[in-house]
Design a protein around this ligand. Sequence first.
Ligand code: UDX
Length: 409
Amino acid sequence: MEQRKGRRLVLLPLPFQGHINPMLQLANIIHSKGFSITVIHTTFNYPNSSLYPHLTFCPIKEHLSESEASISDVVSLLVHLNIRCSDPFRDCLSGLLSDAYEEEPVACLISDAGFFFTQGVANGLGLPRFILRTGGACSFVVFAAFPILKDKGYLPLQESKLEELVVEFPPLKVKDLPVFDTKKPEKFYQLVDRIVNETKASSGIIWNTFQELEESQEPRSVVYVSFGSIAAISEANFLEIAWGPANSKHPFLWVVRSGFVRGNKWLEKLPDRFLEDLNGRGHIVKWAPQLEVLTHPAVAVFWTHSGWNSTLESIYEGVPMMCTPCSGDQKVNARYVSDVWGVGVQVENGLDREKIGRSIRRLMVEKEGDEIRNRILSLKEKASLCLSNSGSSFQCLDQLVSHILSVES
Ligand code: UDX
């Protein structure tokens, strides 16, 4: 048994068996890590506390009416639970906070994601709130994408589209999207919206899954393609850029800004079914959180226009580059990347899909790619060191501050 931590965690399961079980499993696990546990629970569908003598149980009286407690309309039941539990839960939690303050402070609340009202209560009491997402990560990302799925016309479901692929979430078809009451979908969408937003507002999410099961992509397998915020290209080049990674068989994430293809709004020139035929291997977005993308272990190669910020970011994250400079300083940057620092390759003298494919192979498959990766990893280490206390950038910053103060009039 771990040493006791002198801290209490408060847990709130949603009163359905598929939610109570994982919350109590989590309670056991964190209890074994030395925390004391209080489980606040509803009177409706309450857990069997006698099986958990090491945990403290605290019932609240939510007073659901008989019709509100009907499970024939799960969406309404969830909405009612969120309304009816709010006051008694707040009273119970604030009581616990004041009782436990002296000897065993409450470190945080762990709430089921379905109890969205708890974010407001936790904020009001100044207590961090973590979420237990009892369902899979794969379905949560679909719930979180409801606004996009509505915008694109997948939702509400239409009989004639049920067999269509949801291009953003292969291999899901439209008929696989989560629904409850197809006649009154708006109420469900509003509920999902609250749950997702209050989950995002939490201090963190605990997932009831495991990494190897729901990992997005294999480590070091994805080509990230982005040409910065200014570059624009011809239609012909656009198609070569599209077919290069598509033919390479590697998964890719491609940022195509609106206006990136001269004379086009966005993806008009992409062949019909281009993404569908890739079966989820290709993903196109209008903008990506580039730093987060480059930090992700699945990203193997950054195909870049060699803008200076992108170059620095790639070095800082240790991601080998494929360079296609478009204008200005980018050509100089690209030559340094390929020939001086040796941390990338260039796609030179015109774009064609075979050449692009060869460059991807050089970096992803061939020995040259390993050497380039080793060089960029050692440069990444230098980049981190320069920010440490005795590092060169840190010292330069001190000098800059002194200099600014010295020239003050
Ligand atoms: C411009 C010039 O084009 C470039 O030559 C010069 O070196 C800097 O100024 P830009 O073309 O936008 O910059 O490229 P870059 O320097 O790479 O900056 C783009 C920035 O936007 C990066 O910080 C990158 O992280 C960010 N970005 C880009 C995103 O966050 N998401 C994207 O989808 C694309």
